[in-house]
Design a binder for this molecule. Structure first.
Ligand code: ARG
Length: 641
């Protein structure tokens, strides 16, 4: 986007007056904000209400039938008969070239943007700004840390991790688009007694070769086997009545081993470090397939013992923990938080716990990154845990505890592949790619035209998994349905990819240079035709009637499309406020459905050059928005499929 001066010059060219700038608006980035400024100015003029109040009272309209923006008059704090007032205001409202009409409905005013204005501003704006369309510097000079995915070494990568990865990847991109500095962090589960168990297991069952080749699977298998041994020992002890010897039984040895790790014994740490490094190396590749790159691979192991000691000290000092048989715990009920129960922060043997590490980690992150906001993307099973450590941080006196956000989400049901239960992210991705490739092969002709079918199958397949995950509100559980999500009919990832490749093909067929597109005459007359011209044709009455009807339809279709296109920047902003990927996904379906329906009436190929240019400019802009939206979702749009 240009500066505010450039915007004013641009508006002058369209014979529009620049509305007064209102604090907190981004008219040079977001056409809806420009209209907000205009409407607020008018409301102030007509009612005397404060500009800022008028601006903030403007609400987003979810359905086009109710306008592009609306204002509930009670929000303007006016006195009197509001229904009558709505009528009066609407009657006096100047449209100023920005609006098509103002409609009073009860105590509401609905504002409909002028399609002419939108066509002439939004289309060139999208084409000029390209991948930057939709962005705005809302988070200028602010830092957000997003912690997401956070799997556990030697344990399955389950659905909770998958959703955290998908939602977290989206949120990171979204905040980046909105001008924040984003730190992407993976907080690996790489600490705890299970690493003592794993080390013993590896000495017994491990293979360096397999570890190098397939670290994630191999460690998981070793972990499963050694745990079987532990269970067998326990059973044996129960059967025989001879108690286990803490010094020789596997579990006891594991405990001792982990204690040595916590004490910083380099020899004990050697194997653990290798497990961690190799696992992370493999994860880096898998995340790359999802277009995710972390800034920091942190983990529970990275929280320093000193920080944890400080935390415990502070908790004692503030009398937030009490001793219980040598262990220390927070009793929330006694501290005025009835619903949070109790939580152990230090075991009787002095070792730390999950919650303690989270407390330390948050403090260390605040010191290291000075974030303005920190987002945790963690499954709803950990709602209580998260509330507990957020509350403890707050009770400790950390003012920034209010800047912590838990983005929680529901479960995935029935996520299994042909080969059985899914345990690793790679399995899911391989499986979906295979299935997608099969589907693509069903259309031999199209398949032959795809350059790198495997890669396309990977990208489309992944988009199927991602869209399925993000299309409903994140609190909902959903059923993992291989066939449903891979279908190109209905609201699926492949459907969006298909729309993108179709738009690409329209562009390919026309072979117009991007600079030429910018010269398109975007008037409604040029785009859709006009009445006068039809009348001049001297058609039979019936034929003329028919032509006029289809003209009206074209105008309606073009209007609906451009209004949706205009609301993309606002959509991003809303999604960042409610941390909801579904806000963007729903938008993209709305956009692509409207494109399909508009394209039927506004054909491109074979039209006179002027018309072709305008229509192509419009659809190219649609493609650009779809492309931008998919990328925010971490999806790579495909050109052919
Ligand atoms: N590794 C944990 C698990 O798999 C998730 C970590 C969530 N993040 C956190 N800061 N506690 O359950």
């Amino acid at each position: 986007a240009g500066s505010r001066e450039e915007l004013a010059a641009q508006l002058a060219k369209l014979n529009l007056e620049t509305p007064e700038y209102i604090e907190g608006s981004y008219p040079e980035y977001n056409v809806v904000d420009l209209c907000r400024n205009f409407i607020a100015g008018q409301l102030t003029k007509l009612t005397g209400v404060d500009k800022k109040i008028a601006y903030e009272s403007l609400e987003w309209s979810i359905v086009l039938e109710k306008g592009d923006l609306l204002v509930p008059l009670p929000r303007l704090r006016l006195k009197g008969d509001l229904v009558q007032m709505a009528g009066d205001i609407a009657g006096k409202f100047e449209l100023g070239g920005y609006l098509d009409r103002v409609v009073p409905v009860g105590k509401f005013l609905q504002f409909f943007f002028s399609p002419k204005f939108l066509l002439n501003t939004v289309t060139p704006d999208v084409l000029k700004r390209g991948s930057e369309y939709g962005s705005a510097p809302l988070g200028k000079n602010k830092t957000v840390l997003v912690e997401f995915s956070s799997p556990n070494i030697a344990k399955p990568f389950h659905a909770g991790h998958l959703r955290s990865t998908i939602i977290g990847g989206f949120l990171s991109n979204l905040y980046e688009k909105l001008g924040w500095k984003v730190i992407r962090m993976n907080y690996i589960g790489d600490w705890g007694k299970q690493f003592g168990v794993l080390a013993l297991g590896f000495k017994k069952y491990g293979s360096d070769k397999e570890l190098a080749e397939n670290p994630i699977q191999h460690l998981f298998h070793v972990y499963v086997r050694i745990n079987q041994d532990i269970s067998a020992e326990k059973e044996e002890a129960e059967k025989t009545g001879i108690p286990l010897d803490e010094n020789t039984c596997t579990d006891g040895q594991a405990r001792a081993f982990f204690r040595k790790m916590e004490e910083g014994d380099e020899k004990a740490l050697f194997l653990w470090r290798k497990f961690r490094d190799l696992s992370i190396k493999r994860y880096v590749d898998t995340y790359a397939r999802l277009n995710i790159k972390y800034d920091v691979y942190s983990g529970e192991s990275q929280v320093s013992q000193m920080t944890i000691a400080d935390v415990t000290e502070k908790l004692k000092e503030k009398e937030l923990i009490i001793e219980d048989k040598g262990a220390w715990l927070v009793d929330f009920k006694k501290l005025g938080h009835k619903k949070l129960g109790k939580v152990l922060v230090q075991k009787s043997d002095g070792t730390s716990l999950y919650v303690t590490r989270d407390l330390g980690a948050a403090i260390e992150r605040k010191n290291a990154y000075k974030f303005d906001k920190m987002i945790y993307v963690i499954a709803s099973q950990q709602d209580l845990h998260t509330k507990q450590f957020f509350t403890i941080l707050d009770m400790m006196g950390n003012k920034w505890a209010k800047d912590l956000v838990h983005v929680s989400f529901g479960m995935v049901l029935g996520m299994s592949t042909r080969k059985g239960t899914v345990v690793f992210l790679d399995d899911i991705l391989e499986n979906v790619q295979e299935k997608m490739l099969e589907i693509m092969q069903q259309n031999k002709e199209k398949f032959a035209q795809v350059d790198d079918p495997k890669k396309v199958a990977d990208q489309v397949g992944i988009s199927a998994v991602m869209i399925q995950d993000m299309q409903a509100k994140r609190v909902n559980n959903y059923e993992f349905g291989w066939d449903r999500m891979l279908s190109s009919e209905g609201d699926t990832g492949p459907y969006l990819q298909y729309a993108h490749s179709r738009l690409r093909s329209i562009e390919r067929n026309c072979q117009v240079r991007p600079e030429e597109l910018l010269t398109a005459n975007m008037s409604m007359d040029n785009l859709c035709g006009n009445e006068e011209e039809i009348r001049k044709l001297n058609l039979s009455e019936e034929e003329e009637e028919k032509q006029l009807r289809s003209l009206k339809l074209r105008v309606e279709k073009a209007t609906a499309l451009i209004r949706i296109m205009a609301s993309y920047p606002d959509t991003l902003r809303y999604a960042s406020k409610n941390y909801e990927p579904s806000t963007l996904v729903t938008y993209l379906f709305k956009l692509t459905h409207q494109f399909s329906s508009t394209y039927k009436f506004l054909r491109v190929m074979g039209e006179p050059k002027e018309v072709l240019l305008a229509r192509l400019a419009l659809f190219s802009a649609v493609r650009q928005i779809l492309n931008n939206g998919l990328r925010v979702l971490c999806i790579t749009p495909v050109d052919r499929m």
